[in-house]
Ligand binder design. Structure first.
Ligand code: UD1
Ligand code: CA
Length: 450
C-alpha cells in the first residue's frame, strides 16, 4: 500500500503579522497556530508529519520538541520549501505527500480525510474554496471546467487569465513524490514575488497531461489562511465558537458561552458548568458536576467532580479534588494539589503545595513547597518562608494542626499532628505532635504617657 506523509509549510516570516514571532507560533486559544494544524493531521498521518521551518526555526523547533523538521534556510517560496523536504520524505519511504500551509488553524481531520478521499489517485490534487472576494489568494483558472492552473493574485492579469471567479487555492495539496521530484526542478521564480511557487506545479502537471484535480471545498472556512492580525482574531473566534458549540451539544452547561474561551485540547465532561467570561487552556480536565465561575483563567488543571472554582481565580498546573472549594480570588500555581473537600479562599496562593482532605486556608496566605495534613486549619496571613535567596525548603504541617493568623513558618520546618501555633508566631523549629508553640514578643501593658 502507498505510504502517505504530511508536510506542513511553516518556514515563512509572516510579514503582515508585524511580529517578532514566526506567524505559525502566533497564539490561538492558548496554543501556537501550528498545534491546530498538527492536531488535524495527526489522526490521519500519525508520526509521518514533517514541518518545513526557516524563519526563526529554532523557536519553532523548541515549541514542538517531538515533531520532525526540515530546514529551509532561505525562504525562496512554497515550491522551494517542498523541494527541501524531498530527501527526508524519500528516505522515509513515502509515496505521496499531503502538503498544507502552516497558517490554516481551522483545518480539521474531517476536511483532510474528505479531501484525500476525493483526490483519489490523481497525480496532483489541491483544495479550492470559493470566496466573495478572492483577495490575496491564488486564483484557480479553469478551462471548460477543467483545471488549467493557479495564478497568484499578484500575477493575475484578467486580459490573460480571464475574469476572477472567486475560486481560490486553499493551500492544501496531495501529490506523488515522483511528480514532485520531476516537476519541482522545473519551477521558475520569474514572477512578481521572485519566489518558487508550489502552485505552479499545477500548470506544469496539466501541460504534461497528468491527472490534476481541483477539489472544490465550497466556502469552507476550515481552509482559510491567517496572514494578518485581523484574520488571526477572526480565526480564533471561529475556533472558540466551534469548541463551545461542540461542548454545548455534548451536555456541558455554559453561561455566556460567547465569552468562554476553551482550548480544544481540554476535556470538559457533560454536566460540568462554566460561566463566562472565563478561559480554560491547555490540557485541562473538568469533571461532571464541577463548576467554574466567571473571570477565571485555568491552564493544564485537573478539576474533579463537584469542585467549585469561584470567580476571579487563576489556576495553572493544579489539581483540585472532589468537592473542593477555591476562591474567589485564589491563585493555584503548578504543583498545587487540593484533596477532597479542601478549601482555599481569597488571596491565597499555593505553589507545589498539597492541602489534605478537608484542610482549609481561607484567607491571605502563601503556601509553597508544603504538605498540609487532613483537616488542618491555616489561619489568615500564614506564610511558608520557603526560600532563603538560594534554595527552596519544605514545610510539613500535620493533620488537624491549627496555624494561628499571621504566622511565618521558616522552612525547613515541621508542625506536628494536632499541634497549635499561636497567632503572630515566627516558627523556626519543629513543633511536636499535639504541642502548642508561641514564638512572638510578649505583650507588655505600660501606663500611657502624656
Ligand atoms: C499561498 C498560496 C496561494 C493560496 C494561499 C492559501 C503560494 C505561492 N501561494 O499564498 O495560492 O491561495 O497560500 O492560504 O503558495 N512558506 C514556507 N517557505 C517559504 C514561503 C512560505 O514554508 O519560502 C510557508 C509559510 O510559512 C506559510 C505557507 O508556506 O505557512 C504559505 O505561505 P504564505 O506566504 O502565507 O502564502 P500566501 O501568500 O498566503
Ligand atoms: Ca497564507
Amino acid at each position: 500500500m502507498a505510504k502517505n506523509a504530511a508536510l506542513i509549510l511553516a518556514a515563512g516570516k509572516g510579514t503582515r503579522m508585524c511580529s517578532d514571532k514566526p506567524k505559525v507560533l502566533q497564539n490561538l486559544l492558548g496554543e501556537p497556530m501550528l498545534t491546530w494544524v498538527q492536531a488535524a493531521l495527526a489522526p490521519v498521518f500519525g508520526e509521518d508529519i514533517w514541518m518545513v521551518v526557516g524563519h526563526r526555526a529554532e523557536m519553532v523547533e523548541a515549541a514542538f520538541p517531538h515533531a520532525r523538521f526540515v530546514r529551509q534556510t532561505e525562504q525562496l517560496g512554497t515550491g522551494h520549501a517542498l523541494l527541501q523536504a524531498l530527501p527526508a520524505l524519500t528516505e522515509a519511504g513515502c509515496d505521496r505527500v499531503l502538503v498544507v500551509n502552516g497558517d490554516t488553524p481551522l483545518l480539521t481531520e474531517d476536511v483532510v480525510r474528505d479531501f484525500m478521499g476525493r483526490a483519489g489517485q490523481a497525480d496532483l490534487a489541491f483544495a479550492s474554496i470559493t470566496l466573495s472576494d478572492a483577495g490575496a489568494y491564488g486564483r484557480v483558472v479553469r478551462q471548460g471546467g477543467e483545471v488549467h492552473g493557479i495564478v497568484e493574485a499578484k500575477d493575475y492579469d484578467t486580459a490573460l487569465h480571464g475574469p476572477v471567479t472567486g475560486e481560490v487555492n486553499a493551500g492544501m495539496y496531495l501529490l506523488s513524490l515522483s511528480l514532485a521530484q520531476t516537476l519541482l526542478p522545473c519551477l521558475s521564480n520569474e514572477n512578481r514575488s521572485g519566489e518558487y511557487y508550489i502552485t505552479d506545479l499545477v500548470g506544469l502537471a496539466v501541460a504534461r497531461g497528468l491527472t490534476v484535480r481541483g477539489i472544490d471545498c465550497g466556502s469552507d472556512e476550515s481552509l482559510m489562511g491567517v496572514n494578518a492580525p485581523q484574520e488571526l482574531a477572526h480565526m480564533e473566534e471561529r475556533l472558540q465558537a466551534r469548541t463551545v458549540a461542540a461542548l454545548l451539544s455534548s451536555g456541558v452547561m455554559l453561561h455566556a458561552p460567547a465569552q468562554i474561551r476553551i482550548s480544544p485540547l481540554s476535556v470538559i465532561e457533560p454536566g460540568a458548568e462554566l460561566t463566562g467570561p472565563c478561559e480554560i487552556y491547555g490540557r485541562s480536565f473538568v469533571a461532571r458536576g464541577a463548576s467554574i465561575a466567571s473571570h477565571c483563567v485555568v491552564r493544564d488543571c485537573h478539576i474533579a467532580a463537584g469542585a467549585q472554582i469561584r470567580s476571579f481565580c487563576h489556576l495553572e498546573g493544579a489539581q483540585v479534588g472532589e468537592g473542593a472549594l477555591v476562591g474567589p480570588f485564589a491563585r493555584l500555581r503548578p504543583g498545587a494539589e487540593l484533596a477532597e473537600d479542601a478549601h482555599v479562599g481569597n488571596f491565597v496562593e499555593l505553589k507545589k503545595a498539597r492541602l489534605g482532605r478537608g484542610a482549609k486556608a481561607n484567607h491571605l496566605s502563601y503556601l509553597g513547597d508544603a504538605t498540609i495534613g487532613e483537616g488542618a486549619n491555616i489561619g489568615a496571613g500564614t506564610i511558608t518562608c520557603n526560600y532563603d535567596g538560594k534554595h527552596k525548603y519544605q514545610t510539613a504541617i500535620g493533620p488537624r494542626a491549627f496555624i494561628g493568623s499571621n504566622t511565618a513558618l521558616v522552612a525547613p520546618v515541621r508542625v506536628g499532628e494536632g499541634a497549635l501555633v499561636g497567632a503572630g508566631s515566627v516558627i523556626t523549629r519543629d513543633v511536636p505532635d499535639n504541642e502548642m508553640a508561641v514564638a512572638r514578643g510578649r505583650q507588655k501593658n505600660l501606663p500611657r504617657r502624656g
